[in-house]
Design a protein around this ligand. Sequence first.
Ligand SMILES: Cc1ncc(COP(=O)(O)O)c(C=O)c1O
Ligand SMILES: [Zn+2]
Length: 403
Amino acid sequence: MMSRYTLKCISCGKIYEPTPNRYTCDECGDLLGTLEVVYDMKNIHLTRDDFDKKAGIFQFKDLLPVSSHTQVDEFIGGTPLLKFKGLLGQNEVLIKYDGISFSSSYKDRASIIAVNKAIELGYDTIYCASTGNAASSLALTSAHTNLKTYIFVPDQIPKGKLSQLLVAGAEVIPVKATYDEVFDISLDIGREKGWYCRNSAINPYLLEGKKTGAYEILVQNDYIAPDYCLVGVGDGTVISSICKGFKEFYQLGLTDKIPKVIGVQAENASTLKHVFDNGEPFTPIQEEVSTIADSISVGNPRDVVKACKFVKSTGGHFINVTDDEIISAIKEMAAKTGVFAEPAGATSYAGLKNMIKNGEINKDDSVCIVVTGNGLKDIDAVGKDADVTFYTKDEAYEKMKGE
Ligand SMILES: Cc1ncc(COP(=O)(O)O)c(C=O)c1O
Ligand SMILES: [Zn+2]
């Protein structure tokens, strides 16, 4: 049977059939040659009535490269789209809140696709390298299956994410190295062993799961595309997926425009921004990076070409924010909206604040920020605020007298 989709190299455009071991382009290699899943859009006929505001990602099955095989599939996606009037002086700000997800991050959308694909292709083992969220998400979404799961993590992984891996019974390989180094180590070992790879960018299908976040923003906002969508960026896969999701719904005639997608990076981990600002042809560089936002502490972004091309095609660009601005954003967003984000998840809020301050976004512009991870995963980031002095029982009564 002909496949419903093909795989297209982001750099040279070569088309590949989706054979089981096809990950990246033979000509262009892993970094330049990440693949895009391309469907025959002319033969996909969907209407607004086909979708539900609360359903999970498999409601978009015609636009996914895998069928549903696991018992947790229906609980992935369908996260809230919160709407705040007057937030930051804007008429309205939308928050896509993926901190409320199966493993509490956006990565569940990708992990469930990888788990299903591994099952469909008959693998018995799956692996990934991760700064923490992809890892914990893979460990938890695969936990009930027969897949054996190996997870390679760098030593900067926050405790909350590590504990998710350990309780899920995954085989954890903690390495004294950066995420970029651990990524390469995992690929060497995983390829030699012949395991199924769930590494960002290398596996083209992950983006297909992640793009459902953009679909859901549109479905939940009555198919009205916001003017801007801001998202935190490390490897560049999440932002590529958001661009792809908006573009596909536009191509299908389900919405009438594509938002400008803005990538927000941490000031000392802005490699993708630097590549974008250097202009076309987008040429990968590697940098030493350091940020409190562990999930986006990436100096060798693996979806660099795709992220730059896709963001440019929406009319968007990349900005950066300082670590202090990220920490303030976590607290301010929680206090004003009840959304408690981990540092990478609050980066979009920090970016929005700066764009409003600089006059790049006006009061009437509609904006959506994507909150990609839950604050409970990394409480040390705002740790000082959890240090309190406890009253004696009598002091508590005394203290509250005047309230
Ligand atoms: C919470 C969170 N936000 C944002 C990102 C950025 O995604 P990407 O590395 O695909 O750019 C990640 C990736 O790990 C993440 O975990
Ligand atoms: Zn190629």
